[in-house]
Design a protein around this ligand. Structure first.
Ligand code: COA
Length: 309
């Protein structure tokens, strides 16, 4: 069976940093409330989905030291495409010098894990090398007069190159889930702002993350004790803590970057994963659990065995 392994990665965050204090000058909020309720201290705002994807994708190509023309397909996860048509992946494909198919995936904040799993499907039927990117620029669709959402969402991107392996590869188990009956709790109409019932999202988020993580672990034939690092979607520290408590994984074995980034949706899990890798938190053979949730309401998880490039 053909599998895949990550051979290079890159991240991109806009230069402009917006702190909680900056937000409190714009709306009725304050650093103490945001920190206590979410864990977020600052976020990066700016750029387009294409520009951030091009930056993270270029870094991934550089790290992997490969010819862009050797990539067989680009999968870009985003729920904030730059245009309705064509897909943002087309702009990114051209700018990076790729000579292959390119398409967008929208599974909201679970999107990067969806894209990563879909890439393995293509590897299983003959692709040799995939590029997977997760990028969102939610600041463009946030209602800046709504303190319930404006404090949470921000912009960012993470990219990786996944090469085919002759063995089963590093993806040990995965789960993709959605419940469209809950689409009203978090949505944005075409051209409209993001609308959210924060409490309803919070209530479900913990349960669907835990369920999805357990399904992936079961498929991998592993228990939570085997997990060296959990990389959850960076939406809210309280959601992460509650999910980790239920899963039985201590926070010391959990990646948290949201205090610096806010919720970057598709960018969230790759940014946290590659931040951990860049900080030397991952060694060859470590089991890593990626788990996210988002509008839709989607959930997605993947158990991977880290293979140091
Ligand atoms: N600053 C200051 N006060 C605020 C505020 C803000 N930004 N937002 C709300 N408040 C106030 C409310 O008006 C309310 O005041 P009241 O008690 O006088 O009525 C109080 O703070 C509590 O508000 P509440 O909405 O109950 O807070 P909460 O603990 O549910 O936290 C969220 C709100 C949005 C942080 C939380 O519900 C959440 O994180 N939900 C999940 C959202 C999410 O992750 N979305 C992304 C999914 S991918």
């Amino acid at each position: 069976m053909t599998g895949g392994r990550i051979i290079g990665w890159g991240s991109a965050l806009p230069d402009k940093v917006v702190t909680n204090d900056d937000l409190s000058a714009l709306m009725d909020t304050n650093d103490e409330w945001i920190t206590e309720r979410t864990g977020i201290k600052r976020r990066h705002i700016g750029g387009s989905t294409a520009s951030l994807s091009i930056e993270s994708g270029r870094k991934a190509l550089f790290m992997a030291k490969i010819d862009p023309a050797s990539i067989d397909c680009l999968v870009l996860s985003t729920s904030t495409p730059d245009r309705a048509v064509p897909a943002t992946s087309a702009t990114v494909q051209n700018a990076l010098g790729l000579r292959c198919g390119a398409f967008d995936v929208n599974a909201a904040c679970s999107g990067f894990v969806y894209a990563y799993v879909v890439a393995h499907g293509l590897l299983a039927i003959g692709a040799k090398r995939m590029m997977v990117i997760g990028t969102d620029t939610l600041s463009r669709i946030v209602d800046w007069s709504d303190r319930g959402t404006a404090i949470l969402f921000a912009d960012g991107s993470g990219a990786c190159i996944v090469d085919a392996t002759p063995d089963a590869g590093q993806l040990l188990g995965w789960d993709l889930d959605a419940d469209g009956s809950l689409e009203h709790v978090l949505y944005a109409e075409i051209g409209g702002n993001l609308r959210m019932d924060g409490k309803a999202v919070f209530r479900r988020a913990v349960r669907i993350m835990v369920d999805s993580a357990r399904k992936s672990l079961h498929k991998a034939g592993l228990t939570i004790d085997a997990v060296k690092l959990c990389v959850p979607h960076q939406a809210n520290l309280r959601i992460i803590e509650a999910a980790c408590r239920q899963l039985g994984i201590p926070m010391e074995r959990t990646a948290v970057t949201l205090h610096e980034t806010g919720n970057t949706s598709s960018g969230s899990i790759p940014l946290a994963l590659f931040d951990a890798a860049d900080r030397g938190r991952l060694s060859n053979g470590d089991v890593v659990l990626l788990v996210g949730f988002g509008a839709g309401m989607t959930a997605a998880s993947a158990v991977i065995e880290w293979r140091q490039p």
